[in-house]
Write a protein that binds this ligand. Structure first.
Ligand SMILES: [Fe+2]
Length: 277
């Protein structure tokens, strides 16, 4: 099978993506996003579908979260028999320490399956601060999966360590949550997560996508349907670029992904999801 080569526009810069998969236009003439009783339904940023929340953690909390993530990575590499010089290791230099693709893939596999207990940092601090910001109680517990969703996203420079553009809202269990993307290391205007503002309102029949589990980039198969164009043409994404202590907060129906790392440092972010309590 030949790959589809799609052109995406990120902050007015073209980016080419090779994806294997069967693409079709969606069926429904309406959008799957429902404003009524929606988790972001009463916010001033519902129209855009995302916002940047300032002070999701204090600077001290950010630093302890970051060191907790460094410890988690040390534990993962140790458990895999990968030795790294801890005295010289910085998260941004991850790609200089983890040289082989095989080692990286085995680390990624483990960093996808983290639980709150893996963190020395109390993740409920984030839940509490976010609940205050949204004016109602949220929880990190996803009933459908009987676990919290907390994932480390490690993205080496100039690699395909990316998700294709997608919506998490296609997956049961992630329909009624708030998505959080929290920068940890190396996050800037060349690396941070792109989104398409207002794309949660797009009707399905204006979206060209694969089925669940139907897209492959390099050798990675993606769980979420991959979206590569809309009826308006190529995707036009922007990087909102939250800073340290801030987070990108967005509806799971917003199209996001393709966070190509166009810098020379490793980028690490924490991805969390919060339903209403
Ligand atoms: Fe996502």
């Amino acid at each position: 099978m030949n790959p589809h080569i799609f052109s995406i526009n990120i902050d007015d810069k073209p980016f080419k993506l090779e994806v294997y998969g069967d693409f079709n236009w969606g069926k429904e003439q309406h959008s799957l996003y429902k404003s009524l009783n929606n988790i972001i339904g009463n916010t001033s940023w519902e129209e855009e579908g995302y916002t940047i929340m300032k002070n999701i953690v204090t600077l001290d909390q950010f630093n302890s979260l970051r060191s907790s993530i460094t410890s988690i990575l040390f534990r993962i590499t140790e458990s895999l028999g990968i030795s790294i010089n801890k005295n010289l290791f910085f998260l941004e230099d991850y790609h200089l320490f983890i040289k082989s693709e095989k080692e990286h893939q085995s680390i990624i596999k483990k960093s996808r399956e983290l639980s709150i207990d893996d963190f020395e940092f109390d993740i409920e601090t984030i839940t509490d601060n976010l609940s205050g910001f949204m004016n109602f109680r949220l929880t990190s517990w996803i009933k459908k999966f009987n676990k919290s969703h907390i994932q480390l996203r490690i993205n080496r420079p100039k690699t395909y360590d990316i998700n294709p553009p997608h919506r998490d809202g296609y997956i049961d269990g992630y329909k009624n949550v708030l998505n959080i993307w929290l920068p940890i290391a190396g996050c800037n205007d060349k690396t941070s997560l792109p989104v398409i503002p207002r794309s949660h309102f797009l009707p399905e029949n204006q979206i060209f996508k694969t089925n669940i589990g139907g897209a492959r980039i390099n050798n990675n198969i993606y769980n979420v349907p991959c979206i590569l164009k809309t009826s308006e043409g190529e995707l036009k994404m922007i990087r909102p670029n939250p800073k340290e202590t801030e987070a990108l907060v967005f509806t799971p129906y917003l199209i996001h992904g393709a966070a190509f790392n166009d810098s020379n440092k490793t980028r690490i972010a924490l991805e969390l999801r919060f339903p209403r309590k």
